[in-house]
Design a protein around this ligand. Structure first.
Ligand code: 6PG
Length: 261
C-alpha cells in the first residue's frame, strides 16, 4: 500500500495553486496511461478557488478535456439549479468553462428520491474504478457525505449510497468508502484554521493505523493518497506526524512557512 503523502502549503494561495496543479497533473497522467480520466469532483466551498485556478490557460491547456469523464463524490438531494447543489457549484465554477462533452458529465440526480438517485448513479458509474477522486473534509471529519459514527462507514460494499447529514441539507447521495478506496488517486483538500484540530486528529489516526473518522478511513490500498493542507489547517499536526507523512521533514508549527512536498 503506497504511503500517504502530506503536503503543507504556507498560504491559502499556495494551497489553491498546488491543488490545481496536482489535479491537472493527475488527470493528464490518467489520460496518458489509459486514454481517459474518470474524475470525481468534491462539493463544498474549498474547490471553488481551486477550480478558478484550473481554468487558467497555462493549466487548463494541459488537459485533453474531451477525454475526461466527470463524476461527483456526493450530492445534496436538491434540484440541480439549487444554491446547495454541488453540481451547480461545479458547473458554474468549472464545467461550463471547459470543453467537456455534456454526455461526459455524470450528475447525481439530487432531485430524485435519495435511494433511487443512488441506485441510478451506481449504474451510471460503470464498473471501472475512478482514476482521480477529489475530497474536501468537513469540520467533523466527514468526507463526501460519509459522516462520523454512521453505519454507512461500515456499509456492506455498496458503491453509491444515500445518507442523512447532521448538517444541512439533510438528504444526501454519496460514493461509498469502498468505492472511494478503489480509486487510483485520492486527493484530500483541506484549508483553514477551523479544520486544524480535526485535521490533526485524522492524521494522528492514520499514523497510528487506528482510523475512526471518515477522513482517516480513506486509504486506497492500491492508489495514491495525498493530503493537501494550508498552514492554517496544519497548525495542530504534531511534528512527528509531519515528519512521518511529509515527503520531506515537515515544518514544525512556528517554523518558516514553506511548501513541503
Ligand atoms: C459536501 C461536500 C463535503 C465537503 C466538506 C468540506 O457536499 O458538502 O462534498 O464533503 O467537501 O463538507 O466542505 P467545505 O469545502 O465547504 O469546507
Amino acid at each position: 500500500m503506497p504511503k500517504p503523502i502530506l503536503e503543507i502549503h504556507g498560504s491559502l494561495d499556495a494551497f489553491l495553486d498546488a491543488a490545481a496543479r496536482l489535479i491537472v497533473d493527475r488527470i493528464s497522467r490518467a489520460i496518458r496511461s489509459q486514454g481517459r480520466c474518470r474524475l470525481a469532483l468534491t462539493g463544498g466551498r474549498t474547490p471553488i478557488g481551486i477550480h478558478r485556478r484550473i481554468l487558467r490557460p497555462d493549466l487548463a491547456g494541459q488537459v485533453a478535456w474531451d477525454r475526461v469523464e466527470v463524476y461527483f463524490g456526493d450530492e445534496r438531494c436538491v434540484p440541480p439549479d439549487h444554491l446547495d447543489s454541488n453540481y451547480r457549484m461545479a458547473r458554474e465554477t468549472l464545467l461550463d468553462h471547459l470543453p467537456i462533452p455534456p454526455e461526459q458529465v455524470h450528475r447525481m440526480k439530487g432531485e430524485l428520491e435519495p435511494a433511487d438517485a443512488a441506485r441510478l448513479y451506481d449504474a451510471e458509474l460503470g464498473g471501472d474504478p475512478l482514476d482521480v477522486v477529489l475530497l474536501g473534509m468537513g469540520g467533523d471529519g466527514h468526507v463526501a457525505s460519509l459522516f462520523p459514527e454512521t453505519d454507512e462507514l461500515v456499509h456492506p460494499p455498496a458503491r453509491v449510497i444515500s445518507t442523512i447529514s447532521p448538517l444541512g441539507p439533510r438528504d444526501r447521495v454519496t460514493l461509498s468508502l469502498d468505492l472511494i478506496n478503489q480509486s487510483g488517486c485520492v486527493l484530500l483538500l483541506v484549508e483553514g484554521a477551523r479544520k486544524a484540530a480535526r485535521m490533526a486528529e485524522v492524521l494522528a489516526e492514520v499514523h497510528a493505523d487506528r482510523p475512526r473518522l471518515p477522513a482517516a478511513r480513506v486509504r486506497p490500498p492500491m492508489g495514491e493518497l495525498r493530503y493537501l493542507v494550508d498552514e492554517e489547517a496544519a497548525t495542530h499536526i504534531a511534528p512527528e506526524i509531519r515528519r512521518a507523512l511529509c515527503a520531506a521533514p515537515g515544518p514544525a508549527p512556528g517554523e518558516e512557512n514553506i511548501d513541503v512536498k
